[in-house]
Design a protein around this ligand. Structure first.
Ligand code: SAH
Length: 283
């Protein structure tokens, strides 16, 4: 660890033996970790991490045992109950345990279940929020999750439930009517069903859609499409999860805010994609 990552002087909490800190690692880019996450990485004896945590982040905890608890990547998948009980066991053995999860631990990440099990077993916990992929990932694609001209609300939706199916409990009609912008996690597997539900509920075929895969990592890629074409375009591009799917007019803002393209000297495609009129005068 170089000095450039020295934490500012303040009273950082100590990760005591027997504690579990349940921490979000952000969507991928290590720069999106919080300072509390960095403080935790430096103190942990054991880091229990998920598939969505970029392995480079673990290099910030060279002193710790790194325990994979993910459900992807060809490695055997760990059951949720086993992960929670493993955390209990590590803590009972006096380890300083850092449970590191992609994005925010309480956003579609089962962090609530894990924390509950820990509390039920009398293990002291601290929760460290992280930047969720549905917000930070879209920002890296140049898509503001809210915009005054587009939406007064945003709905985060999971594309599948515990059984791996599209959640039966979701009322797609109300979701379609109630929210101008939908941000779908884990939506790739059931995208054609989600597409039909939304179209049946009255969302227009021409509605802008972005599919952001591997957001904030060097592999980030973005498909800009429409509700009518999203399934075909995902197939054509052979895009694979993890992906955030954003449905709504805020996707158009990428035409002016694709800041990674701008940084590479590419001109904005449209300075006023929402038709706001002349740029405001600087004052
Ligand atoms: N707790 C996480 C979400 C876990 S659910 C969070 O707050 O971000 C897993 C889903 O998150 C993936 O299927 C995908 O939809 C989304 N996701 C997480 N990281 C992502 C990334 N880097 N790029 C795109 N989608 C991502």
């Amino acid at each position: 660890m170089t000095d450039s990552f020295a934490l500012p002087e303040t009273n950082w909490p100590t990760l005591e033996p027997g504690w579990v800190w349940l921490c979000g690692a952000g969507p991928g880019d290590p720069g999106l970790l919080t300072l509390h996450a960095l403080n935790a990485l430096r103190q942990a004896d054991a880091v229990v991490y998920d598939a969505l945590v970029q392995e480079g982040i673990l290099e910030w905890a060279p002193q710790a045992e790194h325990i994979y608890a993910g459900k992807r990547g060809g490695k055997p998948s760990a059951k949720q109950r086993d992960i929670s009980l493993h955390l209990v066991e590590l803590a009972k053995n006096g380890k300083r345990v850092l449970r590191l999860k992609g994005g925010d631990p309480f956003v579609f990440g089962r962090g609530g279940e894990e924390a509950q099990t820990l509390v039920q077993h009398g293990i002291p916990v601290r929760i460290i929020p992280g930047i969720s992929a549905g917000i930070g990932g879209l920002a890296y694609a140049g898509i503001p999750v809210t915009h005054r001209d587009v939406n007064q609300s945003v709905t985060f939706v999971t594309g599948h439930d515990q059984s791996g199916e599209t959640p039966q409990s979701l009322d797609w009609k109300s979701i379609s009517k109630g929210s101008q912008v939908l941000v779908i996690y884990m939506g790739m597997k059931h995208i054609s069903q989600i597409q039909s539900e939304l179209i049946n509920a009255g969302r227009p075929l021409s509605e802008p859609v972005a599919v952001v895969t591997n957001a904030t990592t060097p592999l980030q890629s973005v498909i800009e499409t429409t509700l009518g074409s999203v399934v075909a375009d995902i197939e054509k591009s052979k895009a694979e999860p993890p992906a955030i799917i954003c449905i709504g007019r805020s996707v158009l803002m990428r035409q002016v805010l694709d800041w990674q393209a701008l940084a590479n000297g590419i001109e904005p495609r449209n300075l006023d994609p929402l038709g706001r009129g002349r740029p405001a005068e600087a004052s």
